[in-house]
Design a protein around this ligand. Structure first.
Ligand SMILES: [Zn+2]
Length: 143
């Protein structure tokens, strides 16, 4: 079922479920020496910590927003390609503790260091990756 209210546009980027999430919300409490009582509403936003209770994926809520428009997928393989990349990204996040927001950029930077130390030309690999991406999204190579 498509969410149309509190969870509209929200999906776990790791397992894809859309039904329930743990979101850290801000509430106001009346606090006395004997305890606390929530008052009024509670609220959250795109920066709020969010966890998928199904797979444990954790990040900011904005990382759970579905990207609305995907580029063309002529051979219908791009979701699989993204899943393969997610395996590497997850392993990197587990090893480094990078959160979802930082992981992609950090991984690319660390791959530059890896290329330096293993005699690979990172820019050439990036050009090749862009060429593949453009072909896989039905675009034309701009040279
Ligand atoms: Zn999940």
């Amino acid at each position: 079922m498509t969410n149309t209210n509190c969870l509209e546009g929200i999906r776990c980027p790791q397992c894809g479920q859309e039904n329930r999430f743990k979101i850290t919300a801000l509430i106001t409490c009346v606090v006395t020496d004997s305890g606390s009582e929530p008052v009024g509403d509670h609220d959250w936003d795109d920066e709020s910590g969010t966890q998928c209770p199904e797979c444990g994926f954790t990040g900011k809520l904005k990382g759970f927003r579905k990207r609305n428009r995907l580029p063309p997928d002529p051979d219908n393989m791009n979701s699989s390609r993204a899943d393969w990349a997610a395996v590497a990204l997850r392993a990197f996040m587990e090893r480094t503790g990078a959160d979802q927001e930082d992981a992609l950029g950090d991984l690319l930077g660390d791959l530059m260091h890896w290329a330096d130390r293993n005699n690979f030309d990172f820019d050439m690999a990036l050009d090749r990756a862009r060429w593949h991406y453009e072909a896989e999204t039905g675009g034309e190579r701009h040279s």
